[in-house]
Design a protein around this ligand. Structure first.
Ligand code: KG4
Ligand code: ZN
Length: 347
């Protein structure tokens, strides 16, 4: 059977990314140009700088993705692009590049929700890593619905019950900061470079997670989250002891903060998986690269817990291509009036 090849483009935040995906699961190429260094001095993403960097990078990144896949534009079946959620100026660069290509090459255009794409990272074939799903199954890689997805990224924290492809039920989400945002803000408080997530994970390795008992916002029986109180608790301690903390204190603060976030995320995720009879837990988004989150959730869950390799957890276009395959084969097409939707929701 002929392979369906989709060129996918992702520019929702601070990564300019393009990938070519075969049959929704084979990564023929996956190029990510990170802007992390440009934003590091601001301690977060600076929107106008992000848009300008996307404009510079988008064409070379697409060309590189095509070259690495050893394909010409005539070999493609569709062009897919993230149209939300994200930064408007960043999304516009990807959407306009995708439209130009699709129009110029008479290819169908598919618009993709960035959050849904994070979930579809689980349908990509990867060299087996950790508790990756069984590689043999042709569709859904052996995953059976309903699935419980925890989406944890820089902008979002959502618990989603996935009943089928494109069929989602929202169980809960953050009432204030996203999990990744909490990592980034606390990273700044601790004097660590942006992005804080991987830096806190590294600093935490030498620390004692029980050194400080940081608050956990359980919010009764809901599946909602709140991380702003935790952030304030870290700030108070940093101000009390030393600013910025170093050595043992830094390691203990990082480990105790990480333990508090992971405790709540993993407890609510595994409880939801049990309540809704999910066959597996899918950890999705940048924060799912976190080793402590992976290990604790796997330990607590009564069902398999899957997580993509770190490069497919953080923003990339391969996941957009995997999601687009599903949309494309079910007949979905975007019009030439496809616009960006910065506040786009999954449900
Ligand atoms: O999915 P993503 O690349 O971008 C968004 O869609 O937001 O997620 C980025 C977030 C950042 O907040 C970053 O600090 C966090 O993911 N992150 C981590 C780790 N790696 C990235 N957080 C905790 N531990 C990590 N190892
Ligand atoms: Zn993301």
């Amino acid at each position: 059977m002929a392979v369906t090849r989709i060129l996918a483009i992702e520019t929702s935040c601070d990564e300019t990314a393009a990938a070519v995906i075969g049959d929704g699961r084979r990564i023929l190429s996956n190029v990510v140009a990170s802007q992390v260094e440009l934003h590091a001095r601001y301690g977060g993403v600076f929107p106008e700088i992000a848009s300008r960097a996307h404009i510079e990078a988008i064409v070379p990144v697409i060309e590189q993705a095509m070259r690495k896949a050893h394909l010409g534009f005539d070999d493609l079946d569709a062009v897919a692009v993230t149209y939300g959620p994200g930064l408007a100026g960043s999304l516009l660069v990807g959407v306009n590049a995708a439209k130009g290509l699709a129009l110029g090459r008479s290819l169908p255009l598919v618009g993709i929700n960035h959050l849904e794409a994070h979930i579809y990272a689980h349908w990509l074939e990867v060299e087996s890593e950790g508790a990756a799903p069984p590689p043999q199954a042709e569709s859904g890689r052996g995953l059976v619905f309903p699935l419980l997805a925890l989406i944890v990224s820089g902008g979002h924290t959502e618990l989603i019950l996935m009943h089928g492809h494109g069929d989602y039920e929202y169980l809960g989400g953050t009432l204030d900061d996203a999990a990744g945002e909490a990592f980034d803000k606390v990273g700044r408080l601790l004097g660590l470079p942006y992005p804080g997530g991987p830096e806190i994970q590294k600093a935490a390795q030498e620390g004692n997670p029980a050194a400080f008992r940081f608050p956990r916002a359980w919010l009764e029986d809901s599946y909602d989250f709140s991380f702003s109180g935790l952030k304030t608790a870290v700030l108070r301690l940093v101000q009390k002891y030393s600013d910025p903390p170093q050595g043992r204190l830094l390691a203990d603060l990082a480990a105790s903060f990480q333990a508090a976030v992971v405790d709540v995320l993993s407890a609510k995720t595994t409880r939801a998986a049990e309540e809704f009879d999910a066959t597996a837990v899918l950890l999705c988004g940048g924060v799912s690269a976190n080793q402590a989150l992976r290990a604790t959730t796997a330990e607590r869950a009564g069902v398999p817990v899957y997580y993509p390799p770190p490069i497919l957890c953080t923003d990339n276009a391969a996941m957009v291509g995997a999601c687009a395959h599903q949309r494309f084969t079910s007949g979905e097409r975007a019009g030439w009036d496809l616009d960006v939707v910065p506040g786009l929701r999954l449900v």
